[in-house]
Design a protein. Structure first.
Length: 269
């Protein structure tokens, strides 16, 4: 890895306690849309609200085709410290090893995570609604399948908390922090019309200027000072903004339309 390259977040989902869902020996296939591209990618999986360790049996990443399908030539196994599986302690997260993948900007990807254990809601499932159709398999490990069989669909992000790319030193990132104004709980499903999505498109399409990733850390129903639907904005600011890879600027928006922008960040990764 060249010394002057650094990791920048291209997509995020703020960890929060899931309000629905139970998983037992099943595979999740989730379909984020990234903001910036790169040729080295890594994935973050969070067990922030789990009451016991989370076992990840397998994980794969590729470019999304349609529905639960992945472009076959792009589909690759993720590893964790060289291992094909990982155990994430309660309250912790894991970062995958870097993966060589030609990832275009604004690309739709498929992240597949096989969870071999029994995870009732009482486990403390980490998730958040997605306004995006994601897929849950029948029982079994289908993480490597180009077309995953579908047992059910979900509008949640489960455990997946970030995707990063290795990129040039001048590349920065914006973190959007807020409640449903940012999370876009009334945005049309599967259209990527949240304002951070619109911002990512505008930053990509502009002529000149510094390349910027966009990370959406909004939580519908969240509050600035009170722990509602996850930790308060104040309590999660370090984790969800300052600690994000490559962040240089933050923008917050809360009901009733309390919005602010700050940058550069006091800490960079």
């Amino acid at each position: 890895m060249a010394d002057n390259l650094h990791w920048v977040g291209t997509w995020t989902a703020a960890p929060a306690p899931a309000e629905a869902g139970a998983i037992s020996n099943q595979t999740l296939r989730m379909n984020p849309r990234v903001s910036i591209g790169g040729d080295r990618v890594r994935v973050r999986i969070s067990n922030a609200y789990g009451v016991r360790p989370l076992r990840v049996g397998a994980a794969w990443l590729g470019l999304r085709d349609k529905g639960p399908a992945v472009v076959p030539d792009s589909h690759k196994r993720l590893t964790f410290g060289g291992a094909e599986s990982a155990t994430i302690a309660a309250g912790a997260f894991v970062v995958s090893d870097p993966l060589a993948l030609e990832l275009p900007p604004l690309a739709d990807i498929a992240v597949s995570i096989y969870l071999p254990g029994d995870l009732p809601l009482s486990f403390g499932i980490t998730g958040r609604y997605a306004r995006q159709t994601n897929y849950i398999s029948p029982p079994g490990n289908f993480a490597s399948s180009a077309v995953m069989p579908v047992g059910s669909i979900t509008g949640e992000w489960f455990f997946l908390s970030g995707v990063d790319v290795l990129t040039a030193p001048e590349t920065g990132a914006v973190v959007a922090l807020g409640d449903s104004l940012t999370d876009a709980n009334i945005s049309t499903m599967d259209t990527y019309f949240r304002w951070p999505d619109q911002l990512a498109r505008r930053l990509h399409d502009r002529r000149g200027g510094r390349p910027m990733g966009v990370m959406n850390q909004g939580l519908g129903g969240n509050r600035i000072l009170h722990d509602i639907r996850g930790d308060s904005g104040l309590r999660r600011f370090d984790r969800d903004v300052i600690a994000q890879p490559g962040v240089t600027t933050s923008s917050s928006c809360w009901a009733p339309m309390i919005c602010a922008t700050a940058g550069p960040s006091p800490r960079k990764k």
